[in-house]
Design a protein around this ligand. Structure first.
Ligand code: SAH
Length: 370
């Protein structure tokens, strides 16, 4: 049998050692604190160090699969701008823009809309220095001003169209578990014993954040809460209080209130153990769309959707755009394009698990294709 690892063991990642030291000094951390350290620790956090996307990285996203994705989002943004009355200044904000591919494809498609690029400024909210460098390269030839921000609160006020693809799923979650005997909820914490991280429950009960917990909830049932998502919604509401706002959120997750542990570590296109390599694997959890929609409505925003991503893309005119593309490529490329597009819309692929929801306010109401 392998001897247990200690905090000094060379087999632990640098961040694992740091976390083990913190737990030894101050006691167990919440899952939320663990995820936050794994993703954003200034020296070792997953999103601080690398480009996680693509074949050589850990996962792939819709804009990296097909250009049609970003192009349709561009046209959606253009239509939204028209419905808002073509404001002379519009901020096109992207949260977590990855390699900048979505924005580059969107802006290319928007060239067909007279006046848009003259009115737009692009604001990229990104914490990762390596990804900022890639975004700068991807957007080097565009004709409107581009700026980078650490947080959405830094983006100046004004009419805004926000795009967030696979951004909310990487915001850390808390998990609370129901203790039937004590009739209370406990926080899921992470300790470090015998050289290993392990889950434990807080000894004290925690307040239940608003969540439609069903009356028949079972002992041990886990509910996930994402404080960062609520914070972003509050910034949407603050913007909408003074100017038109439309915010498109696309991610994977569930539409109905749901319980269960959805936190996953992903490394090199495979699931990894949550404690296997802190700081070296992406950590993500399903997005609770019903909670987002309910929170948004409480903040006086309108919420459209969620709608399965496949259906949303088809309603935006995916087929017509694909036909245009196919008209000018070889038969071999046509097969490749078709297969990539089916990956986006196929019900067993990304088409149903991923969903689109749009939050509007500041005078903007219903928007197509809802
Ligand atoms: N939207 C892109 C990338 C998704 S990966 C795409 O579809 O390809 C998640 C992105 O969000 C990365 O760019 C990551 O660096 C960024 N990110 C993660 N957490 C963030 C945070 N708290 N604030 C700003 N950006 C963040």
């Amino acid at each position: 049998m392998m001897p247990p690892l200690t905090a000094k063991d060379p087999g632990l990642t640098p961040l694992a050692k740091k976390l083990a030291g913190r737990i030894a000094a101050r006691g167990p951390v919440t899952l939320h604190e663990y995820m936050e350290a794994c993703l954003y620790d200034p020296g070792h956090g997953y999103y601080k160090k690398r480009d996680p996307l693509g074949r050589a990285g850990d996962f792939i996203t819709a804009p990296e699969i097909s250009q049609v994705f970003g192009e349709l989002i561009g046209l959606w943004a253009g239509e939204t701008w028209c419905i808002a009355g073509q404001p002379q200044e519009v901020r096109l904000i992207e949260l977590g823009p990855g390699r900048g591919t979505l924005m580059a494809d969107a802006l290319r498609a928007l060239r067909v809309l007279p006046g848009f690029l003259q009115s737009a400024s692009v604001h990229l909210v990104e914490t990762s220095a390596p990804l900022r460098a890639l975004q700068e390269r991807a957007l080097s030839s565009i004709r409107c001003p581009v700026s980078w921000h650490e947080r959405i609160e830094e983006v100046p006020a004004g009419a805004a169209i926000v795009i967030a693809n696979e951004f909310f799923d990487c915001l850390p979650v808390r998990q609370i578990a129901f203790d039937e005997a004590a009739q209370l909820w406990r926080e899921r914490m992470i300790g470090f014993e015998d050289g290993r991280f392990e889950f434990e429950l807080s000894s004290k009960g925690v307040e239940v954040p608003r969540h439609p917990v069903s009356p028949g909830i079972e002992d041990g049932a886990i509910v996930e809460v994402r404080p960062g998502a609520a914070e972003i919604l509050r910034t949407f509401a603050a913007r909408a209080a003074v100017a038109p706002l439309a915010a498109l959120v696309i991610d994977y997750g569930y539409s109905q209130p749901s319980s269960g542990d959805t936190v996953k570590a992903v490394r090199q296109h495979r699931f990894a153990g949550l404690f296997e390599a802190p700081g070296e694997a992406d950590l993500t959890a399903h997005v609770d769309f019903s909670d987002l929609v309910q929170s948004a409505r409480e903040l006086k925003l309108d919420a459209l959707g969620p709608m399965p991503m496949g259906e949303w893309l088809l309603r935006l005119g995916l087929e017509a755009r694909v036909r245009q593309l196919l008209a000018c490529v070889t038969a071999e490329d046509a097969i490749e394009i078709r297969s990539r597009v089916s990956r986006l819309v196929g019900p067993a692929q990304m088409g149903v698990l991923f969903k689109a929801v749009v939050f509007t306010g500041g005078g903007l109401g219903r928007l197509p294709p809802f």
